[in-house]
Design a protein. Structure first.
Lengths: 291, 291
């Protein structure tokens, strides 16, 4: 049962299925289907910004999920997005959830796309933030100068580095980044273990595999018929916005919302707008994505 | 004074300034600044969809404007966007309007950009639908096959041709096109003269001039600091969506909203969503475009 409606205080729970144990948090409630939230590269339950999760939890239950090998979930981190999708589906099966909405951010957006293809009935509506289709370009190339300069900067610790990577260099974006870090730091107890280099290596392998297109590029997107909301910052250096352009040009039923002055973390920078738009999108019963 | 709040029934009015007379309609009211609406290639006051203008008129006065040489406005159609912008500014001066919001569709969106550069204080917020920046690509090339097949089809009359040009070939988009035509046809009296080949020739010349970039492409957009909402259909054949990508990548403060299954007339196809989004955008007092 939900004891609190914030990711600042929601307890981490464990679900045992077959040979695995998955860590998750669930909180909130309302008339909507549950919203499964799938996380970014190296991210844990603690990386979900309460300014994003908590307003969404006022209209539905929000379920945050640690994939295999992340946080307190057991097992090995898969080296393919398909492997991660299989774990996420096994988790939903273990919960007894046969249909939900999904918010996939970055790597989590790739996992959401794969799940929608592997089990089309599982999702009613799909939100894809800062992510890329299979066959996308320039996905998480951490050695390129715009990213490496932050990753190699010894003066940055974990959250400070995240503020550099997820936000642009503009004063307004960096201020939003500091506010984002402050919100993550509100949670003081029951924290996930921080992801290490083994997690990074497996997930980078998954990005490289995801960049390879089998056959005509983006054709596989046409089978994802659910209404989709695609969100991206126009200056995203981690997964450039061109990937979101390809998503909405090829998904048959997707709206694109692109934010200015922002990078990979545009949904955190403009959390008031994002949660308003996402709530309207999730609250719609139209067969069409526009809301 | 406003006698009705619909473009189906609002009377056409004439404003005399210096050497010109401009035709316009104004209707509606509310707390917002007036919304100046700038029209597309060959479009007159009668081409404004009441499903778009009327909901917007419930929160502010909507002002529809025939540029020089269009409808019942006197003078020659300028062969440059800058010439059209000068007329629109002269019209606002004649009305005594020193500050308003603007909705520029297609050619009208180019005029709005030029006005914002020529007189930065004139607009508070800017909506650019189905348009392109100076130096944009593939702007209204009517001889390309995807457009020429409709323009050369003798079985199509004016509004039926518009439904082919503004909407995609999908059944849902064509159905929306028929509904759009039906809404335009509701107005039976006090109609504008239909634009002819002289109008087309001058406006096409303006498109060709607008495609030419002087200096580094898109740099001029950085001076348009107002919050902007950019809207485009993902399958726009008249002014491809790549132009809207360039707009939001270079305007410092612009949100992009891209609609699926739709072409040049995406704002008419998804008029319920568009007017909801536009009303929220126009209703915001934030210095940032996200709403």
């Amino acid at each position: 049962m939900t004891t609190t409606a914030s990711n600042t205080t929601a307890p981490t729970q464990l679900l045992r299925v077959k040979n695995a144990t998955y860590a998750y948090r669930r909180f909130g409630g309302g008339p909507g289907l549950p919203l499964l939230c799938l996380q970014h590269f190296m991210g844990t339950l603690d990386n979900w910004d309460p300014a994003v999760t908590d307003p969404l939890a006022s209209g539905r239950e929000v379920i945050l999920f640690d994939n295999a090998g992340i946080g307190k979930s057991t097992g090995e981190v898969p080296t393919t997005v398909a492997g991660m999708a299989a774990h996420a589906l096994a988790f939903l099966d273990g919960l007894g959830s046969t249909r939900c909405d999904v918010l996939g951010f970055s790597l989590g957006g790739m996992v959401a796309q794969q799940m929608a293809q592997d089990r089309p009935a599982i999702f009613r509506r799909i939100i894809l933030a800062g992510t890329a289709p299979r066959g996308g370009e320039d996905i998480m190339h951490l050695h390129k100068p715009s990213l490496a300069r932050h990753l190699a900067d010894p003066s940055l610790d974990g959250y400070a580095r995240l503020a550099k990577l997820f936000f642009t260099s503009s004063p307004s974006s960096q201020a939003a980044g500091q506010a984002f870090v402050g919100r993550l730091e509100r949670r003081k107890e029951d924290l996930d273990p921080v992801s290490g280099q083994a997690v990074a290596a497996a997930q980078i392998a998954a990005f490289r595999e995801w960049e390879r297109s089998s056959g005509a590029p983006f054709v596989d997107l046409r089978s994802i018929e659910q209404p989709a909301l695609v969100v991206n910052g126009v200056h995203d250096e981690m997964i450039p916005i061109s990937n979101s352009y390809r998503l909405v040009e090829n998904l048959p039923n997707a709206v694109l919302l692109a934010y200015p002055d922002s990078g990979h973390g545009s949904l955190f920078q403009f959390h008031e707008s994002f949660t308003r738009q996402a709530s309207a999108f999730l609250g719609s019963d139209s067969p069409f994505a526009p809301y």
